[in-house]
Design a binder for this molecule. Structure first.
Ligand code: SF4
Length: 450
């Protein structure tokens, strides 16, 4: 099937593949035959004077019905303490190699980072300050959270430590839908948490999900309207992905009539886009809407696209160093997570074995990645591509770009930068698949088949 047919067929069938926010996905990672050494990646990271830092906190109180992230719900007492102690050691040791760089962004993701104590956050920030003393003037520091995982004292502590962006999963403002998402707290808890964040932080991102059991178009628009009443700076609206090994998969198998079809999710998407525009929010991607003027609402993503390496710290955290995308051990099955996390905490930093899993990107993969991320950010410039790769974008991706233009999924701004149109945003998950290299598509297929 040629590229135009691929797009036409997938759009006509209302295909809604998992939203692509990075390339390659972890589904393309495999165990390295030899662990990666720090010396392998230092040279790869040398093209940038900056660094992004991601810190993975793989702890949650419960597992949401749709979640396949690498985390454990068994993290009381010593487990959390020893994990943070190992993170502190890793920060110090990585600082020996990358500490002269300016830090462009810091992101605490999970899991639920706000399950850490004030003392633990204090230790992590002290380690970061000591090991990475140079911060970009625009350094963005984000912490992910859930409504039932913090109190006001912790938020005050995070603000004092320099956190300027908070992200929180709300998922739904309907009590029954919250329960079906696997979240055991009340709507009152969610409302109080939103108010607490809005009162303290200049940038709050809230997530909602559509496609949970029992959700309807009316209940979704009602949830969205109620979240908009708080006027968060950014809202991220995700279609739920029903993946194997999740309880939502079983639920859908038994009661498919209680779930939106893919076509209905696209209708909800259209409804969301219209409402967000009417409220003055600018669309930045398939999922993200912001009312921040003149800046991107997620700077780590932009910095990554510009080639800044990402240092992932913690069990299973992804790092990007030029051609190397890698991580320590991780698992999808929740029963396997605890032993892997405990093993990470028990093992001192070893510069000759910093990552056990990952992939080495080819030049073709790097070009595909650049185009895919560039389109996602509406910043795919012909001239920048030529400067980056010494080749013409139109020559490397002529069939793909012609297909996109003929279906009016992209505009060519000022003859140089491709930007997704409104319809292009809508079908960006399909468009992204078109830019997978043959090797990456094969690795993904192998993973799905296993
Ligand atoms: S709180 Fe977030 S990370 Fe934890 S299980 Fe739910 S969706 Fe996954």
């Amino acid at each position: 099937m040629d590229r135009l047919d691929f797009l036409r067929t997938n759009i006509a069938n209302n295909e809604l593949p998992t939203y692509v926010y990075g390339y390659p996905s972890k589904r393309a990672y495999r165990a390295f035959s030899q662990p990666l050494r720090i010396t392998d990646v230092v040279e790869q990271a040398d093209r940038s004077k900056q660094i992004n830092i991601y810190i993975h906190i793989p702890f949650c109180r419960y597992r949401c019905t749709y979640c396949t992230l690498f985390l454990t719900t068994r993290h009381g007492g010593e487990t959390g303490e020893s994990y943070v102690a190992r993170l502190v050691e890793h920060i110090a040791r990585y600082g020996e190699y990358f500490g002269d760089r300016e830090v462009a962004s810091i992101y605490f993701g999970g899991g639920t980072p706000t399950l850490l104590t004030q003392h633990q956050f204090g230790a992590l920030f002290a380690a970061l300050d000591a090991a990475f003393p140079k911060r970009s003037r625009r350094c963005e520091t984000t912490v992910e959270s859930t409504p039932d995982s913090f109190d006001n004292n912790l938020l005050d502590c995070l603000k004092a430590l320099g956190v300027d962006r908070m992200s929180m999963g709300i998922q739904s403002m309907e009590p029954g839908e919250l329960a079906h998402s696997g979240r055991p707290y009340s709507l009152q808890t969610a409302k109080a948490a939103i108010n607490a964040l809005i009162a303290r932080f200049s940038h709050v991102n809230l997530d909602l999900i559509y496609g949970l059991r029992g959700q309807t178009r009316d209940s979704l628009i009602s949830s969205l309207g109620r979240v908009l009443d708080y006027e968060p700076q950014t809202l991220s609206l995700y279609p739920v992905v029903v993946r194997p090994m999740t309880s939502i998969t079983m639920s859908k198998a038994h009661n498919p009539e209680l779930f939106l079809s893919e076509a209905e999710k696209y209708e909800v998407y259209d409804q969301n886009v219209a409402l967000m525009a009417s409220k003055g929010y600018r669309q930045e991607s398939f999922t993200r809407f912001t009312r921040i003027a003149g800046d991107h609402a997620y700077r780590q993503e932009v910095s990554d696209f510009k080639g800044t390496p990402l240092l992932g710290l913690g069990a299973g955290a992804r790092s990007y160093f030029g051609q190397y995308h890698c991580s320590t051990d991780y698992a999808v099955a929740s029963s396997a997570a605890s032993p892997i996390i405990n093993a990470f905490s028990a093992r001192p930093f070893d510069p000759d074995a910093i990552a056990s899993h990952g992939i080495r990107l080819t030049q073709e993969d790097l070009r595909c990645r650049y185009v895919l991320l560039g389109l996602t950010l509406s910043a795919l410039s012909r001239s920048n591509y030529a400067a980056e790769f010494g080749r013409a974008l139109a020559a490397d991706f002529s069939e793909e770009l012609e297909a996109l233009e003929s279906l009016q999924l992209v505009n060519l701004a000022e003859g140089d930068a491709y930007q997704l149109t409104r319809t292009g945003f809508k079908y960006s998950s399909i468009i992204a698949r078109m830019f997978y290299s043959a090797r990456m598509a094969a690795l993904e297929q192998q993973y799905q088949a296993a």
